[in-house]
Design a protein around this ligand. Structure first.
Ligand code: SF4
Ligand code: MSK
Length: 649
């Protein structure tokens, strides 16, 4: 493989990549070098929606040459739009099906059909009930929980009307969605309609295709993802700022190591309970281990971090690295972002990969199906399997690297931190933005992608945003990349921020980069933007705020869905790595330029991290100027020297 320091900024990952090379194992990093991306496919102009194709609509090579059309006559912009909205539908389906599982569990818990799940955060439930029109009165909590659960489940199947959670958005945004005909009706309906409209011979106008793409994405952000986040808070407790640590060094050499990986906390919460069972701890000791150690990968990690402070072993590109340590007895997976490669890799080490969802099986893994009625029992069986596997360990190589950080910043918790318990309010944040101490707020989210240096792009973008006075809110694997830098510790504010941002961080006791949770928790960022608008002084709609979104290392369809609901909710959003519509200039211009006239926000693409920050700051300053709060300010260019000795202005 090429120089490993150019592939990742994570030393633990480099150590494991060297081990993989020495033991002749392939990883996503090495396979990336062998698999060249198809340039026509990656630019969005290959259509395989029917068996007359695939049709590859490459642009004309010479001026005057006619544009290529598909066999059905489809133009490049229509093919690019169809492919793009199918990505949105894939992402929305993944997030929303996760939400459906949580709603179903909530109903079961409220009916007493499962002893393992209970309503944990009553206050949160009452707030949600009020928001979606469920009467509270003096009804028993389970009755309220049941009605809230049923109403949330109905949001999937509604054929008409409006998804209630979307009615939380600022009024002008809702009015715009109604005027444009993009207000989401039912989560499932919008996904199905994307698939229908993009079938051969249906919707042949890019603008109209995007109406449905937008309705589908909004059904994710303000529907499926939002209800997943909200009901998880009710069932497992709302996150609060909590200290933890990250990287492969969280694995323990003398303990049974269990990694939970995937997305839904329904499973990982039960594994957490199971590892506390004294009988199982005793059994682990009988097998020669000193205890049982649990850690997470990907968004499952973010879920149990935010609520319990459980350490994170790594992000999506580290799932193979964890197995390569030889120290993982079981990697327990459910859905999304689980590489099929870990089944194969586990055959060469002792790790048991255990699939648990009927929706996600894998060759060379053991399948132990997880059902809500017997959740804890299954979790205990899984823990026992891991304990039994401890004696099968071979050589163990655990990298030493770990970094401490603080996670658990929800929209509600930020509100509380800013204003205090009895006067929770976004006022200090809005005032900080108005008086220029905070330049703007940026949500940096999304995955890792081995096509770009792992972690490094996230870290560069975030460091420079902070150095330029922006408060950064992060989710997903992006948050895990930056947790490794120390920027998620309050102490970092002194060395990394300009004076104004530092003063606010210090007064409130927050780091300049806030870990806000998992991919579905991007809905928390929508609620934070809404709260900023409602607090006043920064315009009337989300599109007036000096805020932006970015996904510098994205790879999944979910990221496209997230980006699209950010943009159409009014947040300028820029993606890195590659952009999946570049084969059609017309469609790309529609998203990158025309969207600003329609939604007050647009998509953008920039693979260079420094230029990405430049675009974000330009956008934020444009919004500040429109609000009449633009102070003169030079951009801090974040070079290597600065990285070494950034001082307070
Ligand atoms: Fe080709 Fe049209 Fe079929 Fe797509 S739908 S594969 S463009 S013929
Ligand atoms: S896990 S969707 S790689 S963020 Fe949510 Fe990470 Fe992206 Fe999966």
């Amino acid at each position: 493989m090429s120089d490993l320091s150019e592939r990742t900024s994570c030393d633990a990952t480099i150590e494991m990549l060297k081990k993989a090379a020495g033991e002749d194992q392939s990883t996503a990093f090495s396979r990336t070098e062998q698999m060249k991306a198809c340039t026509i496919g990656e630019s969005g102009i290959c259509c395989k929606n029917c068996a007359m194709g695939p049709c590859r609509l490459t642009p004309p090579k010479k001026e005057g040459e006619p544009e290529k059309r598909g066999i059905c006559g489809a133009t490049a912009e229509v093919v690019a739009a169809r492919n793009f909205v199918r990505m949105i539908a894939g992402g929305a389906a993944a997030h929303s099906d996760h939400g459906r599982a949580v709603a179903e569990t909530m109903i079961m818990a409220s009916k007493g059909e499962t002893a393992d799940y209970k309503i944990k955060d009553r206050m949160r439930l009452l707030e949600i009930a009020a928001d979606i029109g469920v009467e509270v009165g003096d009804r028993p909590i389970e009755e309220i929980g049941l009605e809230v659960g049923e109403k949330c489940l109905a949001m999937f199947g509604n054929q008409t009307g409006e998804i209630e959670f979307a009615q939380r958005a600022p009024e002008p945004r809702q009015e715009l969605w109604r005027k444009l005909g993009v207000f989401p009706r039912g989560i499932d309906r919008e996904i199905v309609e994307v698939l229908h409209r993009t079938h051969i011979g249906v919707d042949q106008e890019m603008e109209n295709i995007m109406i449905q793409g937008t309705r589908c994405a909004l059904g994710d952000g303000w529907g499926g993802s939002m209800l997943a986040t909200e009901l998880q808070d009710v069932l497992f407790g709302s996150p609060k700022a909590i200290k933890s640590k990250i990287n492969l060094g969280v694995l323990e050499e003398d303990q049974v190591n269990i990694i939970v990986h995937g997305h839904e906390p329904l499973l990982s919460e039960m594994i957490l309970l199971a590892v506390q069972n004294p009988k199982l701890i005793e059994k682990a000791k009988e097998k020669g281990a000193s205890g049982i150690n649990i850690s997470g990968i990907c968004c499952t990690a973010n879920e149990i971090l935010s609520r319990h402070g459980i350490p994170i072993a790594g992000n999506v590109l580290q799932q193979e690295m964890a197995i390569l340590t030889g120290a993982v007895e079981a990697m327990v997976v459910d859905v999304q972002c689980i590489y099929q490669a870990i089944g194969q890799l586990s055959q060469c080490y002792h790790t048991k990969v255990i699939t648990t969802s009927p929706k996600g099986k894998m060759p060379l893994a053991e399948h132990l199906e997880f059902h809500e009625e017997s959740a804890l029992e299954t979790a205990e069986k899984i823990v026992e399997m891991a304990i039994d596997n401890f004696s099968n360990r071979g050589k163990v190589d655990i990298p030493k690297d770990t970094e401490e950080f603080i996670g658990g910043y929800t929209h509600e918790y930020i509100n509380y931190m800013l204003g205090g318990r009895f006067r929770a309010s976004y006022r200090p944040l809005n005032d900080g933005i108005i008086d220029g101490r905070i330049r703007g707020v940026v949500g940096v989210v999304g995955c890792n992608n081995p096509r770009v240096p792992h972690d490094l792009i996230h870290q560069r973008v975030t460091e420079e945003l902070v150095a330029n006075g922006c408060l950064v809110v992060m989710t997903g694997c992006a948050a895990q990349s930056v947790a490794k830098t120390g920027l998620m510790s309050p102490e970092s504010a002194k060395d990394k921020c300009p004076k104004g941002l530092y003063e606010i961080c210090e007064a409130v006791g927050i780091p300049p980069v806030l870990h806000a949770g998992s991919c579905v928790d991007n809905s928390r960022i929508l609620m934070s933007c809404t709260a900023m608008v409602k607090e006043g002084g920064l315009g009337k709609d989300i599109s007036d705020l000096p805020v932006a979104g970015a996904a510098p290392e994205w790879m999944s369809e979910k990221a496209i869905s997230i980006g699209h609901y950010f943009v159409t909710s009014g947040v300028y959003t820029v993606f890195g790595v590659k952009w999946p519509t570049l084969g059609s200039q017309k469609f790309t211009d529609f998203l990158f330029k025309e969207y600003e006239n329609i939604y007050g926000a647009m998509w953008d693409f920039e693979s260079d991290p420094e230029k990405m920050v430049g675009k974000i700051l330009t956008h934020i300053d444009k919004k500040r100027e429109a609000l009449g709060i633009l102070g003169k300010r030079e951009r801090v260019l974040f070079d290597m020297a600065m990285r070494r000795e950034l001082e307070i202005e």
